[in-house]
Ligand binder design. Sequence first.
Ligand code: NAP
Length: 314
Amino acid sequence: MTTQTGQVFTKVALIGVGLIGSSIAHAMRRGSLAAHIAGHSGSADTRKRAGDLGFCHSMHEDPLDATRDADLVVLCTPVGAFGQIAQAIAPALKPGAILTDVGSVKMAVLRDVGPHVPSGVHFIPGHPIAGTEHSGPESGFAELFDGRWCILTPPPGVDAVALETLSAFWRGCGSRVEIMDAKHHDLVLAITSHVPHLIAYNIVGTASDLEQVTQNEVIKFSAGGFRDFTRIASSDPTMWRDVFLNNREAVLEVLGRFSEDLARLQRAIRWGEGDMLFELFTTTRAIRRGVIEAGQDTPAPNFGRDAKKPRTTP
Ligand code: NAP
C-alpha cells in the first residue's frame, strides 16, 4: 500500500480515542496511512462507542494489547496520564517503533514519558495545533488537522529518519509540520492557547458569580464577546486542568505580563487616556488581520456564523 506521502505504517496504536485520537484515526483512514489502527480505552462505554463508530480496526481494554507490534504509538489521553501509560506500555514497544503524543504541553511529556522509553524506540513528542471544545470519540473528524500546524519537539540526538517518518505522517493527516524546542513550545502555547483559555474560564466564572446579574441574563444577553468566551470555557475540564498543572512555569510567566498590561489598561480607562486605548486596539486589529492572512481563521464576519440562523435561546 502507498499513499500520497509515500508513508505507511503496518500498525498504529492510539492510546485514547477522544477528539484527537478519533480524528487521527479518521485522517489516517482518509490518507490510507495505516494498515491496522488499534485503539485503547480503559472504559467499556468508550470502547463500545468507538467500536460502533468503526474508526479503529480493533479496540483494546489493555494498552499493552493495542501497543504490541505497533510501529507508531500515539498517546492521546490527557497529559496527566502519560507517565503512567508510558510505564504500562513500555514492555510492548518494539525496537524501531516511534512513540509520540498529542499533548498540549511538551516539557512535562519529556519529563514523564522519557524515562520509560526503552532503547531502540524513537520518542518524538508532538502537538497538533488543532482542536475544538468537544470531547469523546463522536467528536472526531478527518479534516481536523487540515492546514493546521503540528509542532514536533524531538529530544537531542533524535533519529533523523524517524523524525522525517513522523513528519510525513502528520503531513499525510493534512498538517503542516514545525520542529521546535520543547521549552519554547510551552512558552509560545502559554500565550497563544493556555492563558487565553484561563481568561475565558475566569471571565465566564466571574460573570456567573456576579450577584447583580442573574444566570438567566448571562445566557440571554450572551451575543456579545461573552458568547465566544463561553465556547472556549466549555473545553474539557480534565484536559485543561492537566495543561495548567503541567505548564505552570510558562503560564505564570505569561500571566505576570498579562496582569501588568491589564493594570495599564485599567489606568488608561481611569484617567481617560483615549489615545493609549485607540493605539492598542489598532495594533490588535492588525494582529487579527495577520491571523486571517496566515490562513488560521475565516475573514467572514462573526467567525462565519450565519446571523440569520434561528437561535435556540431567546
Ligand atoms: P478527550 O476527547 O477528552 O479524549 C481523551 C481520551 O483519553 C478518552 O479516550 C479517555 O478515555 C482517555 N483517558 C482519559 N484519562 C485517561 C487515563 N487516565 N488513562 C487512559 N486513558 C484516559 O480529549 P482530547 O481533546 O482528545 O485530548 C487528548 C489530548 O490531546 C490531550 O493531551 C490534549 O492536551 C491534547 N490536545 C487537545 C486538543 C483539543 O483542542 N481538545 C488540541 C490539541 C491537543 P475514556 O473515555 O475511556 O475515559
